[in-house]
Write a protein that binds this ligand. Structure first.
Ligand code: NAD
Length: 303
């Protein structure tokens, strides 16, 4: 069905002598203010191709998170090229997909679904977005021992990225110790050459002792959840500090770390590069990541 619709759209475009257009969307709760739609639309426009990006906000539609299982096949029948999937649907979407990339399967969560050739394939660009951001922002940061604070959805993608990026020892901590232990076990099985363990988030001095880097992946520091997740006096060079929170970009954690002289990385790179990687999967076009980053900063400044 999808293939037929996609084929018809392409034929119509060909008959009109125009390049095919793209239709994509984002399913999640409270996604209205997401910056992903304008990032995709502007990047497509800059590439000379029409792309429409719709938000499908389950909160506004008064739908439960499980409704993603109906929304994804419906979008496919309606001729969407693909979908981004966000909180709280990244795992609930798994059963309705025809296949997963090995990375998405390893992480156990999908943020990008591509409809092509009659099937729906789940990808995870959160991990590749973070890996790319780390590579660009802190290319020479030592990675022998890295602490990951937060073992939720973002934490799972970041853990995968850190191990792929060559971290030799990953320590995972979370307010929920079971979550931390589960994530540490999962990555330990996937990356047998690295050491992965859970540690107590309530003992941050022991947690950070001897660490090269700290990656923060909890909601602490978001505009509606202000605060610092670890005591600022524990942030001392040569420790580097990365945050995945990007609203605001300058979190209290990063401000404290910079004041102490630590190298830092904000959450903007992950947000932009996950979108750029998804854009490439949806359209087959090569995004200009610097242009997308500049646009993202413009959008944030306008908020
Ligand atoms: P989540 O709810 O899935 O997980 C958050 C985890 O943090 C939970 O396991 C919770 O127990 C833990 N936690 C909360 N407070 C803590 C504390 N003080 N100390 C230790 N652990 C604590 O949420 P998520 O989807 O993983 O999102 C986390 C953050 O990442 C949010 O701010 C979100 O906006 C951000 N995020 C950013 C990007 C990006 O592209 N930059 C992508 C995804 C998520």
């Amino acid at each position: 069905m999808t293939g037929a619709l996609g084929g018809e759209a392409a034929l119509t475009s060909a008959a009109r002598g125009t390049a095919p257009s793209f239709l994509v969307g984002l399913i999640g709760a409270g996604v209205g203010p997401s910056l992903t739609p304008p990032m995709h639309e502007r990047e497509a426009a800059a590439s000379g191709r029409p792309l429409i990006y719709r938000t499908i906000d389950i909160t506004e539609l008064d739908l439960p998170p499980e409704s993603v299982a109906e929304l994804v096949p419906a979008a496919r029948r309606l001729g969407y090229n693909g979908l981004n999937i966000t909180h709280p649907c990244k795992q609930l979407v798994l059963p309705v997909l025809d296949g997963l990339t090995p990375d998405a399967e390893a992480i156990g969560a999908v943020n990008t679904v591509v409809f092509a050739g009659g099937s729906a394939i789940g990808h995870n660009t959160d991990w590749s977005g973070f890996a790319r951001s780390l590579e660009r922002g802190l290319p020479h940061a030592p990675r022998d021992r890295v602490v990951l604070l937060g073992a939720g959805g973002a934490g799972a993608a970041v853990a995968h990225a850190l191990l792929v990026s060559g971290v030799r020892e990953l320590v995972v901590a979370d307010l929920d110790p079971e979550r931390a232990a589960e994530l540490a076990d999962r990555v330990a099985r996937r990356f047998p050459g690295a050491r992965c363990a859970a540690a107590d988030a309530a003992a941050p001095d022991r947690l950070l002792a001897g660490a090269d880097g700290l990656v923060h992946a909890t909601p602490v520091g978001m505009a509606h959840h202000p605060g610092v997740p670890v005591p600022p006096d524990l942030l001392r060079p040569p420790l580097w500090v990365a945050d995945v929170v990007y609203r605001p970009l300058r979190t209290e954690l990063l401000r404290s770390a910079r004041e102490q002289g630590c190298a830092t990385l904000d959450g903007g790179g992950m947000a932009v590069f996950q979108a750029a990687d998804a854009f490439e999967l949806f359209t087959g076009l090569a995004p200009d990541r610097d242009r997308m980053l500049a646009h993202f900063h413009e959008l944030l400044a306008a908020e």
